[in-house]
Design a protein around this ligand. Structure first.
Ligand SMILES: Cc1cc2nc3c(=O)[nH]c(=O)nc-3n(C[C@H](O)[C@H](O)[C@H](O)COP(=O)(O)OP(=O)(O)OC[C@H]3O[C@@H](n4cnc5c(N)ncnc54)[C@H](O)[C@@H]3O)c2cc1C
Length: 415
């Protein structure tokens, strides 16, 4: 409304990253068009809804390869690797393995901490503005441990968290009970990350989209087939038309490599497929969200019920649900929450989403070096919901020229 003279910006992708970018661009007065056949993204709706300053360690970290190889032998484990692997998948894996070092983690932990904490603060502002402040819970996250050795490893991480300014408390089983008395837990102990929080992603995104529509953002429900420069302008082509803009944002999640290739940018990306399902009427509802650490299952109380989410299957995006891995999630829940039975989860509708995974576990945010009118914002793997607002704010600042160098987030780092 009233921004007819301002620059026209296109965003490809209407997930959390695309919609948050639209929000901050509109705030600055830009005229925004969003292209996506999906209304609220692919991966952004059915996820575990956690906002996670606790996740300052990237996916690529020491021990991950060994753990992954061990898990591969168990078809019900939370980790999978698509076989036979494609050439892109092998090249991605090589880069991933090379990033699994202590130096890599140390180099990126303050970046991930800062982005997550700033994003958390932006969730305060945005949920207030969208009128859903009451759906944004800042009670922390519990890392529930069934085994002593896991608790020790989590305690070690908690110590590091406190050193770098992310608040964490180690709880024995008695203390754990007092932190969330609403649910019976069988864990031997936990780490409580106090700065984490949770919300219902689809509710947040719905409100955000509605707000953007009211602000005059144009939503085009079409797949983008090509991006290119024509007569010095970046253009967006769908099957029906070609439109030119002043700047274009690529927020296409796990499918981003393909569009990036049209712009001659090598953007290594694999999908990390995960599942979730909801119990609308659970026997008990926790107040805090939690991660069942050994099982790698996330549990979050949402407006729609209690959500269970998990598994990470690396490969090209595909829509098949692996029943064994799903079983692995279902079997693990009663081990931590004894009031639940495996039978409670039968016949539940399963959601699946593709986490956009960069090989080093670090997002890609910034201008394409040789096509500076195009800006990339993707690759947030398991923390895209958490990092959505801050990434959207970065995008708006890149567009306006307030940020010219995105440092460790540079999308040209594999080019
Ligand atoms: C089981 C599970 C649990 C998770 N839990 C959490 C959590 O608790 N906290 C957290 O922070 N993160 C979590 N995540 C990760 C998070 O969901 C993702 O990182 C995030 O949703 C990625 O957002 P996005 O906007 O990049 O991608 P998406 O939501 O996938 O959106 C990308 C969009 O781009 C569109 N698109 C692609 N190509 C084109 C094209 N050519 N033309 C037009 N449109 C196109 C797609 O249709 C899609 O809608 C979880 C993920 C999974 C799978």
């Amino acid at each position: 409304v009233g921004h007819t003279l301002s620059e026209r910006i296109a965003i490809v992708g209407s997930g959390i990253i695309g919609l948050c970018s639209a929000y901050f661009l509109v705030e600055k007065g830009y005229t925004v068009t969003v292209f996506d056949p999906k209304e609220l993204g692919n991966c952004s709706v059915g996820n575990a809804g956690m906002v996670v300053p606790s996740h300052f360690v990237p996916l690529a970290a020491p021990g991950m390869v060994q753990m992954g190889l061990k898990m591969l032998l168990n078809p019900e484990s939370p980790f999978g690797f698509h076989l036979p692997p494609s050439v892109d998948q092998l090249l991605w894996s090589w880069k991933f393995i090379r990033s699994c070092t202590k130096v890599h983690v140390q180099k990126h932990e303050s970046l991930l901490r800062d982005m997550n904490l700033e994003s958390r603060a932006l969730y305060d502002q945005m949920s207030e503005k969208l009128g859903i402040g009451f759906e944004w819970h800042k009670k922390g996250l519990l890392m529930l441990c069934a085994k002593q050795e896991t608790l020790e490893a989590e305690a070690h991480l908690a110590e590091r968290a406190n050193q770098i300014g992310v608040r964490a408390e180690i709880l024995d089983s008695a203390k754990l009970k007092s932190v969330d008395p609403t649910i019976e837990m069988a864990a031997i102990g936990a780490v409580h990350f106090l700065d984490d929080g949770h919300l219902t992603p689809e509710s947040f995104l719905q409100k955000l989209r509605l707000f953007l529509e009211l602000q005059g953002v144009d939503f085009v429900s079409r797949m983008v087939v090509s991006l290119e420069m024509r007569n010095d302008s970046p253009t967006v082509a769908t099957a029906d038309e070609v439109r030119s803009f002043q700047q274009v944002i690529l927020a296409t999640g796990a499918l981003s490599s393909e569009l990036a290739r049209k712009l001659h940018l090598r953007l290594p990306m694999m999908a990390g497929k995960g599942y979730s399902f909801n119990l609308p009427n659970p026997v008990q509802t926790p107040e805090l969200c939690s991660i069942l650490v050994e099982a790698r299952v996330a549990v979050t109380p949402m407006t729609s019920g209690l959500r269970f989410a998990g598994t990470m299957e690396i490969g090209p995006p595909n829509e098949t649900v692996n029943p064994k891995r799903l079983n692995g999630i279902k079997k693990s829940i009663p081990k931590y929450f004894p009031q639940f039975k495996e039978a409670d989860f039968e016949e539940k509708e399963v959601w699946l989403g593709h986490r956009p995974c960069s090989p080093d576990g670090i997002p890609y945010v910034g201008r394409i070096q040789h096509r500076p009118q195009f800006i990339v914002a993707t690759g947030h793997s398991m923390m895209g919901l958490s990092l959505g607002p801050i990434s959207g704010q970065y995008v708006a600042k890149i567009v306006s020229g307030e940020i010219s160098d995105t440092g460790l987030l540079d999308p040209n780092r594999y080019a």
